[in-house]
Structures are given as C-alpha cells and as structure tokens.
Design a protein around this ligand. Sequence first.
Ligand code: F6R
Length: 269
Amino acid sequence: MEVVIYPDAERVARHGAGLVEAMLKVKPGAVFGFATGRTPIALYRRLVERHRAGAVSFARTTSFNLDEYLGIPADSPQSYRSFMDREFFDYVDIERENTHLPACAEGENPQRVGPAYEEKIRAAGGIDLQILGIGHNGHIGFNEPSSSLASRTRVKTLTRRTLEDNSRLFGPGEFQPRLAITMGIATIMEARHILLLATGENKAGAVARMVEGPVSAMCPASVLQLHECVTVLVDEPAAAGLQYREYYDLANRENQALIERFGAFYADD
Ligand code: F6R
C-alpha cells in the first residue's frame, strides 16, 4: 500500500483529483468506481473545477458507484443517485446513461440486482480506478465487519453504527433504509487501481487497522493489503494511529524522487 499523509483534507482532495486527471490522460475512456459520503466531496469539487477550466473531460468515461440504498426511489434527495448528481454528475460532461448505481427499481427482486451489476462492470471492461472512503468500523462500500472477503455485489444489512453515522442525511420521522446494495469486497478488489481517502480524527482507528492490522473480515478495508495497487491518502488527524508513519513519509520522498526523474509509471504504458 502506498500511504500518503497530508497536513489537511484539502491537500488529500487535490492529490486524489490529480490521480483521476492522470488516469484520464492515459485513458480518456476510463471506467471509474465512485463513492458517496462526506469524504470524496472535496475531490469531486476539485474535479468540477478542473473540468470548468477545460483540463479534464469525462465525456468518454463510464462509472459504477459502490452502493445504493434499498427502498428509496432514485429521485429521492437521500438516494446515492441524487447525491452523485448534486455533488458531481450535474457539473461535468459525463453521459448520464454511462453512470451506474446498484439501484433496485420498485417491484424488482433486489437479489437479482447484484449479479446484473457485476455483469455490467465486466461488460464495461472492469474498473480502472476505484475511489473509496472508509467507515469508522472499517467498512468499504457497505461491506460491514464480518462481510465475506470473497463477496460480490449483493444486499447488505447496515450496522447500527453505520445507520447512526448516516442518520444526519435523514430528517426526523423520515424513512432511513436499513438495507443497501453494495459492490462486494471481491468486486472492489478487481479494480485495477484503488484510491482510498480518509480524513478526520474519527477515521484514525479504522485507518490504522486497515493499513497495519491483520487482514480480517472484521475490518473489511484490511483486505486492501492484498491488492497490488492501492493508494491511501489521509490527512494528519486520520493518520494519528499509524505506527509506521515515519516510514511512509520516507517512502513517499523516495517515490517522488523517482517520479521526478522518470515520470509517473502506469502499468498500461
Ligand atoms: C459510500 C460508501 C461508504 C463511505 C464510508 C465513509 O459510497 O460506500 O463506505 O465511503 O461510510 O463515509 P464518509 O465519507 O461519509 O465518512
């Protein structure tokens, strides 16, 4: 894992946006995996700015979101579809029909959504760059602790903790779904490059368990240790629990020196 620690969340977003931009240069028709939640908002804003400046285009890209609630319509303001429109899609040139979320239409069997979503990802050629946040409990997507590390896109029951964390998005008396459809852990692991962002002190424990803890279904993000190309971007507060922090800084300085000398390296080159 490449762990890069920045003084603040803004720098994390800037570096993340830079990686998306670099991917678009190499592959203008890249397939992205997008996340919702508080963390990637700054990254999306940055990408919108870069798009407005004429520096990036999403016109040829395809996207697959990690997850979607089950039981609320796509046009509800709390759906992840609405979140993506509001925070990103409405301001860039991505073709709406190329943006996908694992949504279950009214009357559809939710158990059929996962396999169909997997098929769509395969048909698009797989995900080139998957953006992830991390839950306080170590979840990625809505793969809660105890999720199979071999899981595929499916229906998941959310933990009490996740429901509490996300309750801010629902008004008093409003229906908050307890179920979601999420990409599985094995699905996420098939992405060619994974970019995980974590900011704020309440992520410090999860980040330490993900990077330095044992690989365990009880911290689903720890499975990323087994992926060959993961970039973890964190701010200082989220890095507070890392024991090898000094080493990550040293490794980054060495990597930077290599990039300055030889340019960034992509396996596709
Ligand atoms: C969102 C998702 C979740 C979030 C995680 C962190 O699509 O899949 O795993 O990334 O819950 O959420 P925030 O960024 O709100 O702390």
